[in-house]
Design a protein around this ligand. Structure first.
Ligand SMILES: NC(=O)C1=CN([C@@H]2O[C@H](COP(=O)(O)OP(=O)(O)OC[C@H]3O[C@@H](n4cnc5c(N)ncnc54)[C@H](O)[C@@H]3O)[C@@H](O)[C@H]2O)C=CC1
Ligand SMILES: O=C(CO)[C@H](O)[C@H](O)COP(=O)(O)O
Length: 299
């Protein structure tokens, strides 16, 4: 099979490498010439533009987008539009909002597959977990590529119609937030609790047979090994948050309670303010109602 890959960053390069290694032909394009050169080193045919990539693919084009979610997806689809017909297949493997994927599927002449991708850069060796939405025929057509990019045939499946792949990935990320928060709280208690613990050792022990073992917990173990039990100079600041926000917004619309996911998201937002106004006000109010001492900022 011949696959065009557009967007050759952390994730796109993995798609290229795994598809090439599975014996398929890849044509690759990115706005960055350096990224295109890296893909060429991995065995892809370099393209100079979206149009050049489309020309090199010939009839029955199979194209994987791995550009940042948002405007880059629309811009790429606009450039691809004159080159696409109904026998072609476009996969969006990024973290797009599912409603945008539904709209794009309606607007795109080619069959459109929204593909939630999980596994991060570690997927280079392990392969990804792929959650795919869109027409069955297009999913079946892309199966050799999904087999290569995923952990194998069990690492991907069609979730349902357009939007469902990105919907499932959005909820996956919400779960990811809540799990991170749960591990964070447990380790925070251990770090401030009664015993002087080696948290790498705790995580390692938990990862070997404990009920709560997981890949995120393996990453906790790695973090304590590399940063120390006190996390060294790692800042009290968590970036990102778009996929968790979408999960909470959708839960509100569906009237489904997701307090753990919401709490994890709120903790993230809270981490970005060095001095939370609400906490400062609570500090002052305790003086108001109880004449408790106001803690003042140090000069
Ligand atoms: N990094 C991760 O762990 C994961 C990322 N994702 C999603 O995968 C997508 C890609 O993520 P990364 O590879 O991490 O991003 P990245 O920032 O490493 O790479 C994005 C690449 O797209 C290129 N690009 C941007 N606009 C373009 C355009 N209009 N035409 C062609 N190339 C363009 C950039 O030059 C860059 O090389 C995002 O939607 C992200 O949310 C999904 C799962 C995990
Ligand atoms: O999808 C992912 C993991 O599953 C990506 O790492 C994504 O970039 C996480 O973004 P955020 O933490 O901002 O929601």
């Amino acid at each position: 099979m011949q696959l065009g890959v557009i967007g050759l960053g952390r994730m796109g390069q993995i798609v290229v490498t795994r598809v090439v290694e599975a014996g398929h032909e890849v044509v690759a394009f990115d706005l960055s010439a350096e990224a295109v050169a890296t893909a060429a080193d991995a065995g892809a045919t370099p393209a100079e533009s979206v149009a050049d990539l489309a020309d090199r693919l010939g009839d029955d084009k199979r194209i994987w987008l791995m550009v940042p979610a948002g405007e880059a997806v629309d811009a790429t689809l606009e450039e691809l539009a004159p080159h696409l017909d109904s026998d072609d297949v476009v996969v969006d493997g990024g973290n797009s909002h599912f409603e945008k994927s539904v709209r794009r599927a309606e607007e795109t002449t080619a069959a459109y597959l929204d593909c939630g991708t999980s596994g991060g850069p570690a997927g280079a060796e392990l392969g990804f977990s792929l959650m795919v939405g869109g027409p069955q025929w297009a999913y079946d057509e892309m199966t050799p590529v999904f087999d290569a990019v995923a952990t194998g045939p069990d690492g991907h499946d069609r979730m349902g119609p357009a939007g469902s792949g990105h919907y499932v990935k959005m909820v996956h990320n919400g779960v990811e937030y809540a799990l991170m928060q749960a591990y964070g709280e447990g380790f925070e208690l251990l770090a401030n609790g009664r015993y002087d613990l080696d948290l790498e050792s705790v995580a390692k022990t938990w990862n070997n047979g404990a009920v709560i073992r997981s890949w995120l917990l393996e990453l906790c173990e790695e973090a304590f090994r590399e940063e120390g039990s006190d996390l060294g100079d790692v800042a009290d600041h968590v970036s990102g948050g778009s996929t968790g926000t979408w999960t909470v917004q959708e839960a509100l619309r569906q009237e489904v309670p997701v307090p753990l996911i919401y709490q994890a998201l709120a903790e993230r937002f809270g981490s970005r303010d060095e001095a939370r106004f609400s906490r400062r006000l609570a500090n002052r109010l305790r003086y108001g109602f109880g004449r408790h001492e106001v803690v003042r900022e140090e000069e």
